[in-house]
Design a protein around this ligand. Structure first.
Ligand code: 13P
Length: 251
């Protein structure tokens, strides 16, 4: 009943030319995929070119970040309207790399999600614990804080337009994937947190993606878990065949 969503977060990779080559190849490989939503998130500079490349295909566009203001003296920032203008349907907010390296706070993540939703963009709200937090037995507390803050004040329809991505920081770019059981445990916790903040009905409908070293050979096992509704893929999304294989695992 929840359509799985497989999203490729390209991070700081790919020139415009490389982005067009990758998406041209990808859209051919996934042309027959149905029952799965396919999303790519190139860097800002390649959004327009990728938008044109995927027009009319079953691949849709996401940005990797957004600012909450609509216009004004905010040098270097990009607004929800500018992302809509270039063809984005989704935007990633609160990725752990932004929290770690760019000082993103839970409050900022919530402001970004709200600003995106106000302009009809669907936020992919990222949460995840650090290795030391997991080892200290603080995973539940960290996730509870991040989820509650991230979705604070979102209406029912806002929540239904949102995706939550669980990305344990220790699994990102390390090759150390969470086991399907570890992912399921936290996804089920996140769903119960959404139920608490909203309703069982909304919690039953919201999609929760797993991210962190998802590869073609581990995707199927993760995706068969009942509360895992998709994947947010970093490294493996930079190769069309690998990303297409992950899409297929969700098919
Ligand atoms: P990797 O798949 O490279 O571990 O990255 C995951 C991620 O951060 C996606 O947002």
């Amino acid at each position: 009943m929840r359509t799985p969503i497989i999203a490729g977060n390209w991070k700081l990779n790919n020139t415009v030319g490389e982005a067009v080559t990758l998406t041209t190849e990808l859209k051919q490989l996934v042309a027959d995929a149905s029952g799965v939503e396919i999303v790519v998130a190139p860097p800002f500079t390649a959004l327009a070119a990728v938008s044109a490349t995927i027009a009319g295909s079953n691949v849709c566009l996401s940005a990797q970040d957004v600012y909450w203001e609509e216009r004004g003296a905010f040098t270097g920032e990009v607004s929800p309207t500018l992302l809509k203008d270039v063809g984005c349907e989704y935007v990633i907010v609160g990725h752990s790399e932004r929290r770690q390296y760019f000082g993103e706070t839970n409050e900022g993540v919530n402001r970004k999600a709200k600003a995106a939703l106000a302009q009809g963009l669907k936020p992919i709200i990222c949460v995840g614990e650090l290795l030391e937090e997991r080892e200290a037995g603080r995973t539940e507390a960290v996730i509870a804080t991040q989820v509650a803050a991230g979705i604070a004040d979102l209406s029912t329809s806002d929540l239904l337009s949102s995706v939550i991505a669980y990305e344990p920081v220790w699994a990102i770019g390390t090759g150390r994937t969470a086991t399907p059981a570890q992912a399921q445990e936290v996804h089920s916790l996140i769903r119960s947190l959404v139920a608490l903040a909203s309703s069982d009905d909304v919690a039953g409908q919201i999609r929760i993606q797993y991210g962190g070293s998802v590869k073609p050979d581990n995707a199927a096992a993760l995706l068969t878990k009942p509360d895992v509704d998709g994947a947010l893929v970093g490294g493996a999304s930079l190769d069309a065949a690998s990303f297409a294989a992950i899409v297929k695992a969700a098919n």
